[in-house]
Design a binder for this molecule. Structure first.
Ligand code: NAP
Length: 329
């Protein structure tokens, strides 16, 4: 079977290659074997290839934080999925034609779900959902501010916030996105810059903003902190700039801003397997209903992984880059 491997850390499209490896073999009693139908290339996968992600396993290593697959075989003790079912996998190393995982790591998805969207259900939708639920007790009408609003997470957050009656200030780096994000449900769209706090106050009529979520780092984190009300919470969940958050101390001392962080695995680990399955069942239902959609730019075959990675690194894309190992997508 085919599998993507990196045998050194470096520029993703130079270090990744598609290799032939032995098949995964039959499942043990508590295991599930599935064929990988599609996987997206996420920013965290790029950092994994570069060796700058929090996980840096011995080489050669296989990237891939998420995928969608179809179950090929299950062990005798596995009862919650059957051959033919669609699943997502809570574990990594998914850039391959086939995976063998523990039963509890295979989360079933409804038959008939759009496979491209299903490939992106595992990480970004619960990230957007839990950042809105786990930090501040938000009520309908409350405001939330976020940057990278055009990212997959950002777009999902706009939709999920609107469903809860929350209002969003969406900070982007390209002004031409305003109409598109407004159509999704964004209440305000602002271009990032030095006077962001003043423009936010103007745009919201000086509303109290108790929650900010941000994934740029560096001075951009400080700009978002400045937009928050006294005692507001700023959640840092990624660093598209590669820089650590830079927030002036006055925000902490004089205004009581709380800077904290989010990592999906840490927040799912606070929940039982049943609660985790319920979260994904709810999100999958939203995808099935067409209410949660992450745009897809291009789908590549697995043996063109290098082209796919180079494309994923380019700015100005109209959505995610996906890879479909068996060509099902
Ligand atoms: N902590 C967690 O558990 C968790 C889970 C999921 C995602 N994340 C993080 O969330 C972030 C977004 O992920 P995604 O999959 O939604 O990303 P994505 O769809 O690939 O979008 C990336 C976004 O980042 C923007 N961007 C890229 N470089 C930038 C820079 N230097 N300055 C400002 N903006 C920049 C892009 O802007 P343009 O649209 O203008 O190109 C785009 O909107 C990433 O940092 C990712 O690691 C974290």
């Amino acid at each position: 079977m085919k599998q993507v491997q990196i045998d050194r850390y470096g520029v993703p499209w130079e270090v990744a290659r598609c290799v032939d490896v032995p098949d995964v073999g039959p499942p043990a009693d508590d295991e599930v074997v599935f064929d990988v139908l599609a996987f997206p290339i996420n920013p965290a996968d790029m950092w994994f290839c570069r060796g700058s992600y929090r996980l840096k396993p011995p080489l050669p290593a296989t990237p891939g934080a998420e995928c969608v697959g179809r179950v090929a075989a299950v062990g005798s003790a596995v009862t919650h999925v059957r051959p033919g079912d669609l699943v997502i996998n809570l574990q990594r190393e998914n850039w391959a034609e086939r995976r063998k995982v523990k039963g509890d790591d295979a989360i079933p998805l409804p038959a008939g779900i759009d496979l491209k969207q299903a490939a992106m259900v595992r990480i970004n939708p619960p990230t957007a959902q839990l950042m809105l639920s786990d930090f501040v007790d938000l009520q309908p009408g409350d405001w939330v501010i976020q940057n990278v609003a055009n990212s997959a997470v950002g777009r999902l957050l706009i939709v999920l916030a609107r469903q809860r009656g929350l209002r969003t200030v969406n900070v982007v780096r390209r002004a031409d996105l305003a109409a598109e994000l407004a159509a999704l449900g964004a209440d305000r769209v602002l271009v990032d810059g030095e006077d962001l706090a003043a423009r936010t106050a103007d745009a919201t009529g000086g509303a109290r903003i108790a929650l900010g979520v941000e994934a740029i780092g560096g001075a951009a984190t400080g700009r978002l902190a400045e937009c928050l009300a006294t005692d507001g919470t700023l959640v840092h969940y990624g660093s598209m700039s590669g820089e650590d958050p830079a927030v002036g101390r006055s925000h902490f001392i004089y205004r009581g801003i709380r800077l904290t962080g989010f990592m999906l695995g840490r927040f799912l680990a606070k929940r039982s397997p049943e609660q985790v399955r319920a979260i994904y069942a709810g999100l999958a239902a939203e995808v099935m209903a067409g209410r949660l959609v992450a745009p897809v730019d291009t789908v590549y075959p697995i043996d063109r992984i290098r082209d796919a990675l180079a494309h994923a690194d380019r700015g100005g894309r109209n959505g995610k880059i996906l890879v479909s190992p068996g060509g099902a997508v």
